[in-house]
Ligand binder design. Structure first.
Ligand code: GDP
Ligand code: MN
Length: 397
């Protein structure tokens, strides 16, 4: 689960990480009120208006703008809220902006050389350790830095059982070229950032840029936070920050129904039990000349109700031209799954307008095929894997 910039910053702040302060607003009137309040609290005279969407590169797309008066806050916010913001990280149609963060301007006027750093915390799966990645080249695409000047990216591995050691935080601050008060600030910044990452069960924190002001303050100007979904049960407060408007509507509905569904771009919908079988079924679809429209694991109980829900979800995608059901009957008997498919099909009346190919293999596979073939429904049965692929190919042709 991803957080918005403003939510990520609040989380960081609660762990003592210094941030560029701001107040979120969902219309331009509230944006002006937020700017006034922020001016009182921080003494800022200029502000930045920052579009809140789950994608980076907002600056490049015109979603981050400096405002030097309340009048500018109003016009800029009015323009940004409701727009479809296109950035290098969104699709071509962009993402709708529902809120803006009105933030204090932290790039002081007259400060010609604010230093911008890059810092992220993530898991290194290869070593089983947490890792702080950081660079003096902040503010720009870290991918570009990695490509052109990889020697300017440093990593520090942290043993999760020991936690971040004082010498490691010092080393990071030194490598960033800091000394004096800024060095002390950076040590505190890194240490609090790491603690926040561990305590919130995050899988990624990315702060780009981390800013050093001319008066040696170190603060987070941006935040990208990804939390581990499997740990959300013990962070009810964080789980409540979920913004469903940012997520794929079909995926949200499928997940609410307990289905493991990922929307893809292709034309063949698939319904499979087990993630491994789902992966190989997607390969099979590609081999047969189609493209998978989704990943869908219905799990262990492929009864009529579940099969029907899965059909309905697959069919919400207009690109679907055929559906391949590929179920292995191990614990669940194939004939019961076949009956589930038949019942679901009958129940849905004429909602199903695309060919359905059903391949059932395992316990009672023969009985299952008979049930399908004798049902009188427009369902194509198959027993072998390749046979199913060929039938998909036929219906697409
Ligand atoms: P991103 O483009 O989605 O990564 O959004 P960021 O939050 O990183 O903002 C993009 C850029 O806007 C930053 O790299 C800064 O250069 C600029 N920016 C952010 N905050 C301020 C600010 O307070 N004052 C000024 N002048 N520029 C800012
Ligand atoms: Mn950024």
């Amino acid at each position: 689960m991803n957080l918005h910039e403003y939510q990520g910053k609040e989380l960081l702040n609660s762990f003592g990480v210094r941030i560029q302060r701001g107040i979120v607003a969902d219309n331009h009137k509230k944006a002006v009120e937020a700017a006034k309040q922020l001016a009182t609290e921080t003494g800022t005279g200029w502000w930045v208006v920052k579009a809140q969407i789950h994608a980076g590169g907002r600056g490049k797309g015109g979603g981050v703008k400096l405002a030097k008066s309340l009048a500018e806050i109003e016009t800029i916010s009015e323009n940004i809220i409701g727009m479809m913001l296109v950035t290098p990280q969104t699709s071509a149609e962009g993402k709708k902006v529902n809120q803006v963060l009105i933030a204090e301007d932290v790039y002081y006027p007259g400060d010609n050389e604010p230093e911008e750093y890059y810092m992220s915390v993530l898991l290194n799966r290869a070593t089983g350790k947490n890792m702080i990645m950081y660079s003096t080249e902040g503010g720009m695409d870290i991918e570009t830095v990695a490509e052109n000047t990889p020697h300017l990216i440093f990593t520090e591995e942290i043993d999760p059982l020991i936690g971040i050691q004082a010498f490691q935080a010092r080393k990071i601050a030194f490598n960033l070229g800091l000394s004096g008060a800024a060095l002390k600030e950076m040590i505190k910044f890194v240490t609090s950032l790491y603690t926040a990452y561990v305590e919130s069960d995050a899988s990624l924190f990315e702060i780009n840029p981390v800013l050093k002001t001319s008066d040696d303050k170190i603060l987070a100007v941006d935040s990208k936070v990804t939390l581990d979904d499997n740990a959300l049960y013990r962070h009810k407060d964080l789980a409540a920050l979920r913004d469903l408007r940012e997520e794929n509507a079909i995926e949200v509905e499928a997940n609410a129904a307990g289905l493991n569904y990922v929307d893809l771009d292709g034309n063949v919908g698939c319904m499979v039990n087990g993630a491994g079988l789902a992966m190989s079924t997607m390969d099979l679809i590609k081999q047969s000349g189609g493209e998978p429209a989704n990943f869908l694991d219905v799990g262990g109980t492929a009864d009529a109700k579940r099969v029907e829900t899965a059909f309905r979800i697959i069919l919400k995608d207009d690109n679907v031209k055929a559906i391949l059901v590929n179920i292995f009957g191990g614990i669940v008997r194939c004939d019961r799954v076949a009956q589930g498919v038949i019942d679901a099909y009958r129940n849905m009346g004429d909602a199903i307008k695309v060919p359905i190919i059903v391949r059932l293999q395992g316990t009672n596979a023969v009985e299952a095929k008979q049930l399908i073939d004798n049902s009188g429904l427009d369902v194509i049965s198959a027993t072998e894997f390749q046979e199913a692929a060929d039938k998909v190919q036929e219906v697409l042709a």
